[in-house]
Design a protein around this ligand. Sequence first.
Ligand code: NAD
Length: 496
Amino acid sequence: MTEHTLTVAGVAVDTRHWIGGRRVASAGTFTDVSPIDGKAIGAISRGTPAEAAEAVAAAKAAFPGWAATPRAERARILHAVADGVEKRLEELAIVETTDNGALLRSHRRGVMPRVAHNFRFFADWLLTLDHEDFDTYPSGGSAAGRGHTNHVSWDPAGPCVLITPWNAPLMMASWKVAPALAAGNTVVLKPAEWTPLTASLLADITAEAGLPAGVLNIVQGYGSEIGDALTSHPDVRRISFTGSVPTARHIAASSAPNLTPTSFELGGKSPLLVFADADLDLAVDLAVEQYDNAGQVCLAATRILVEEPIAEEFTRRFTEKAAGLTQGDPRDEATDVGPNIHPRQLEKIDGFVRRAVAAGARTVIGGHPGDGQYYAPTLLTDVAQDSEIVQEEVFGPVLTLQTFRDEDEAVRLANDTRFGLAATLATGDHERADRVTAQLVAGTVWVNCFFVRDLQAPFGGSRESGVGREGGTWSFDFYCDLKNTVTAPKGWKHHG
Ligand code: NAD
């Protein structure tokens, strides 16, 4: 224990950066606050541009050694990281819940096992990365190139900057860190300032797993203060960012002079389309599920679109089911909806709802804050398609309900925002499902299900929901420099 150690729910957490395999303290600090009770958790190192540059330098220095480490050895170390996550699962779960207010039961049973899985999956996938060698395609009868072999390799790209949001801190960090490291890159991770804690625990876990110094570096602090030092750094070869659209625009501009490749996973305003032929109980379950994590989920289907003939019955059943949700302390196993992350976020949510109501929306349920940092699960109807509440991401437990007359109108409403992250469909008709999904603009479409995410699948958003795709081989395509080697059949001294 040092003056830089906090005890969070009985777990020791270092408050400093992790640079080049050692802890580095900033002169300044910022206060990390728990959304559960609004109380201060402690003081965290408030990174400076110089410290951000130091982290990039450490990543650069460690890159040649890690890039040259055989794939099997990289995979072994990533599995050891996953072992460490599993060993400390309970600690990670309670620290994350204290820091971001999401349900302890989800962290225990869903999120933290998934963090371990992220490391295992990308370690294993790395070992399958292979493209069969191929002969040069015969072109125009020319003899040139005939008999030549093409060999594709996934070369490590260099130091990567990974920037994550607060709504799923370790989950998002591991989703980026695991493939970046597996690919042979080194990393500077910048966690969100509202949720700095589990990233610090990840530093300890990777060190125990034998990850060499400088391969993973973590800088704490405000994005507005240290972001540019990371994203405009000429030695950074990849930037993967999950967060809001305005920040993505800023990063796109700051990384442009170096032409640093970026991957952006951004906001959403995803629809849930409920057709009259749907299993109504299933559709209602899917709709109520959108209050998970107090609505702070980028993929949430916040716009419920229901076919007219069943709208009344759907609303009745939805209201009944939502009334059964328990809101309260996220550490309590019985809680379904916890707090929102920050007083500022709560104000933002309430502002959206008030303006919607002033513009003519009708509140079916909720529509107001609760005690502390809690917002009542809310459903608004009588909302216009071009209104703010339908077009803008709220990032809270606020859903809208609109009706449609036919498939064409359903698709038109579903696609009519600037976003294109996900779409969910409830229908009993396979052909309809095929017809509608073919017309939806979305990175992921779920049919009669929600949030089923296989790590092999491409993940990302269309339009303003993102740039690029990660997941499975797509992650390695992003985190690697793909190289094609063309070898001639001639010129060899030894024939084997
Ligand atoms: P945000 O953009 O405010 O912050 C995200 C991260 O960017 C934080 O770590 C922050 O410190 C950093 N940052 C801020 N300014 C920066 C700058 N100038 N340069 C570099 N980094 C900077 O977003 P947020 O409020 O933390 O997260 C919520 C948003 O994230 C929502 O829009 C949500 O939809 C989105 N999100 C998307 C996904 C996805 O996979 N598509 C997943 C989770 C969250």
